[in-house]
Design a binder for this molecule. Sequence first.
Ligand SMILES: Nc1ncnc2c1ncn2[C@@H]1O[C@H](COP(=O)(O)OP(=O)(O)O)[C@@H](O)[C@H]1O
Ligand SMILES: [Mg+2]
Length: 423
Amino acid sequence: MSRAALAFLGLTAIIVTLAAVLLFAIARIFSAARATGSRRRESGADTALLPAALQEAVARLKAQERAMTLRAEASERLSEEIITSLSAGLLGVNLNGEVQIVNPVGRRLLGLDEAPRRGADYRRLLADAAPVAALIEQCLTSGRAIVRRAIEMPAGHPGASHLGLTVSPLFGESSDMQGAICLFTDLTAIVALEEQLRLKDSLARVGELTAGIAHEFRNGLATIHGYSRLLDLEALPPAFRPYVEGIRAETESMREVVTNFLNFARPTQLTLVSVDLGAVAERAADDLRADARALHGDIVLTGEFATVEGDDVLLRQALSNLLRNAIEACAGAGTAPAIAIESDIDRAQNICTLAVRDNGPGFPDKVLDRLFHPFFTTKPQGTGLGLALVQKIVVTHNGRVVAGAAPGGGGQVSILLPLASNL
Ligand SMILES: Nc1ncnc2c1ncn2[C@@H]1O[C@H](COP(=O)(O)OP(=O)(O)O)[C@@H](O)[C@H]1O
Ligand SMILES: [Mg+2]
């Protein structure tokens, strides 16, 4: 073989070897690249799986949290609704004496104008309701419940005049005392009813007891009066005549007093019928209108009149007594009487009110608690039995009567009667 052929062969072998090495290297690079690619794909799947699981867990937690928040809000709403719609008053204080809650009924019964600031001191808040504050303090210091206590609020208290109250210590989860919770109800109507029953009872007893004595007394007076009438004034020496005339006049006026008292004290028998109070008021006003007009005044009727079950003769007598008093009060003050019978129906409370108002001098404070006592009068010729009889008639109808000032400053006496179904 020639040298040239040998050189060609050698060169070819070198080129083939180099090509093989190159191919091998390329193959390795590709396989390495493939391996890296598949590894990357695998780890990519892992990293993609991880956030998905986390996200799911987070979403589940968030959903749970939302549900819990909704449940908490719902239960808060429910407890607020319960507290707000409680027919009893509720007041809660913590151990520092800071008010935590007062429901709307509680505010009304305690006479609070507006919702107190959370954390307000209960002693300051209840400055006008000292007996309530005293019981809360007793509970906070003793840690013991005070159950069903009836308390009378101070005179002039803007809320209820009588409260029935329970104060209980409030314990937290750790059984430590956290404060006190006070529940209270309005006893004003019950106390008024009890008073009215007591009055009805005592009037009936006074009636039975005194009517017998008064009757005997009246017979004795009639005998004295009769004998004095038998004395012939003309046959007596002139100096004695005034004495006999005095005996006649005095026995006559005493007979009148006893008769009036007997009328008042006699046990009242009601003849119950359905009574249209408008018609009763109209007739009572008609009876006395002439007297009012004689003084250049008048009697008017206003408002909505109810129908009650009652005795129309007695109810008319009660209204006539009030109208007569109103006219006399105006006459005494030299005022032309502007008198109104104003009626009102309170269906929620099941009562109706008949208020007789005048433009006279009104009631002085010092006589207000004696007005309805038998024989209390400020008039020289008064019997003092007019208002006592009004009260007796009204109480016998299971109602009550209240005297006070009319909006214009005159006198006002209101008769409150239960509506027909409640009698
Ligand atoms: N409308 C009124 N305004 C002011 N005072 C009144 C009125 N009605 C009653 N009074 C007072 O109440 C007292 C008692 O009234 P009453 O029992 O009817 O007896 P009387 O009319 O015989 O005095 C009266 O004397 C009077 O002082
Ligand atoms: Mg009178």
